[in-house]
Design a protein around this ligand. Structure first.
Ligand code: NAD
Length: 464
């Protein structure tokens, strides 16, 4: 029997961050992990997908370099070399997590954990199983890819995001089921690598739920790269034949058949709770299957916490990490709670980044807003990069000018959005953003100009 103050189950960006913070706060920690350290994010999600997206964008920029005077003949892409690069990036990061945990004296138990009581768990690994007795526990088991009927993952014809990042050759044709975040990020990357991509989305727009004016700019990018998409299209099944695979979908216009060589299914995630034996600890899930928590990340059992994907959307690594820090602080006796804005970034081309409330969300909440918008086409840096599609939109409270949200679509907006997140955290006004001097020539000036546009005072934009 091993005794610890806190058992953390899962070592993704929620679990490993919680473990480190707990150790910093003087707690003894055991972390249980059944796969490699780092979770989905480091092993087959955020990081490897960004490597693929970067490689694909580099290839595309080089191929289209002639427009800006860079001419390169016979540019090719070597998938095997890419896979080696990607593996190196992943092992540096996962190795780094191992080193950090070791330096904080966090004990890593390799194996699958399940509760055997409210204060005990069993961790079963290849070398046998061990019982851990804990004073506190943090469930950070994450979420896994949903499979749909007719499209069982077989690692060959039908793959998920994990499989799509492990391919050894670039497929000639790919059907992507699900026009959400993964479908469009990976679909765009493969289109850049030369794959003919067709996206089937069940709902009535790509990236459902997002402001359609942002999505329209992403659609322009997809069209430019030859990506086809069908909305209100529900994939029903597929068959293998002489010309590869044929996916059948039901659409408003009738049955649709699309030929392809690989099928990428990206229809969402569901929480990983099935292996935990939650009932033995008395932990409850909500009606959607997520572990129910309060603002302190506490479950219905006061000494057991849950963070990240397993406790509900949004499924974002940075949300999991911050919740890990909150849970660790609460366990160490500090009065913290989940009180933060969560920015989001989607790595399509161009990228989308958002934080806080959109105009529609604010109006739905009964808040009268003022809005300022600035287009990248009027930004000198964007023009000099030859990447001018997109805009930044600033939403402020009409009553007192307090910044409510920023939505952006355009080059590097994933890097620009943190300024807006800080402004919201600080309770800043749109005027504060407008009065902050931004270095020239940078893409960040678009945020300043969009804030100026709230008052009809953008210098380089046409004010509404
Ligand atoms: P998602 O929820 O973003 O998109 C899934 C899409 O599939 C939805 O648009 C849905 O309407 C559609 N769909 C569902 N069933 C379908 C069917 N039978 N036929 C056609 N379409 C169908 O999910 P995802 O892309 O799988 O990503 C999983 C999670 O990971 C998401 O919550 C996502 O936000 C998160 N994630 C975030 C990032 C990022 O923030 N950059 C990157 C990757 C993943």
């Amino acid at each position: 029997m091993k005794k610890t103050d806190t058992l953390v189950i899962g070592s993704g960006p929620g679990g490993y961050v919680a473990a480190i913070r707990l150790a910093q706060l003087g707690k003894s920690v055991v972390i249980a992990e059944r796969e490699d350290l780092g979770g989905v994010c480091l092993n087959w999600g955020c990081i490897p997908s960004k490597a693929l997206i970067h490689a694909a964008s580099t290839l595309e920029r080089t191929r289209h370099g002639a427009e800006i005077g860079v001419k390169a003949d016979k540019v090719t892409f070597d998938m095997k070399a890419f896979q080696a690069f990607k593996a190196g990036v992943v092992s540096k990061l996962t190795g780094g997590v191992g080193t950090l945990l070791k330096s904080y004296k966090v004990e890593v138990l390799r194996g699958q954990a399940k509760f055997t009581g409210p204060k005990t768990a069993e961790v079963a690994g290849s070398r046998g199983s061990e019982t851990v007795e804990f004073a506190h526990c943090i469930i950070a088991t994450g979420a896994k890819t949903i499979e749909i009927p007719g499209f069982a993952f077989d690692g060959k014809n039908v793959i998920g995001a994990k499989g799509a990042l492990a391919l050894e050759e670039v497929p000639a044709r790919m059907v992507v089921i699900g026009g959400g975040v993964i479908g469009l990020e990976l679909g765009t990357a493969y289109a850049k690598l030369g794959t003919k991509v067709t996206v089937l989305e069940a709902l009535d727009q790509l990236l459902p739920g997002l402001d359609p004016t942002l999505v329209k700019i992403v659609e322009k990018g997809l069209r430019k790269r030859g990506v086809e998409w069908h909305v209100k299209a529900k994939a029903k099944g597929y068959k293998a034949g002489g010309d590869g695979l044929e996916v059948e979908a039901e659409t408003e216009k009738g049955a649709l058949k699309v030929a392809c060589d690989r099928i990428l299914v990206a229809v969402g995630f569901r929480p990983i709770t099935d292996v935990l034996d939650l009932a033995k600890a008395g932990v409850k899930t909500n009606e959607r299957g997520f572990v129910a928590t309060d603002r302190a990340c506490r479950t219905n059992v006061p000494h057991i916490f849950a963070i990240g994907d397993v406790s509900g959307p949004p499924f974002l690594a940075h949300k999991a990490s911050r919740e890990g820090q909150v849970a660790a602080a609460v366990i160490a006796g500090h009065p913290e709670e989940k009180d933060f804005v969560t920015p989001g970034a989607i790595f399509t081309d161009p990228e989308i980044a958002t934080v806080g409330l959109s105009e529609a969300e604010a109006e739905k909440a009964g808040i009268a807003v003022k809005v300022g918008k600035f287009a990248f086409v009027a930004n000198g840096r964007a023009l000099s990069m030859n990447e001018t599609d997109g805009f930044v939109k600033v939403v402020s409270d009409a009553k007192n000018d307090v910044l409510l949200g920023v939505q952006a679509v355009g080059p590097e907006v994933s890097n620009l959005i943190s300024e807006a997140a800080l402004a919201i955290e600080m309770g800043a006004s749109a005027e504060d953003l407008a009065l902050t001097v931004h270095p020239h020539p940078t893409l960040s000036e678009t945020i300043m100009e969009a804030a100026e546009a709230v008052y009809g005072k953008s210098i380089h934009g046409v004010n509404r």
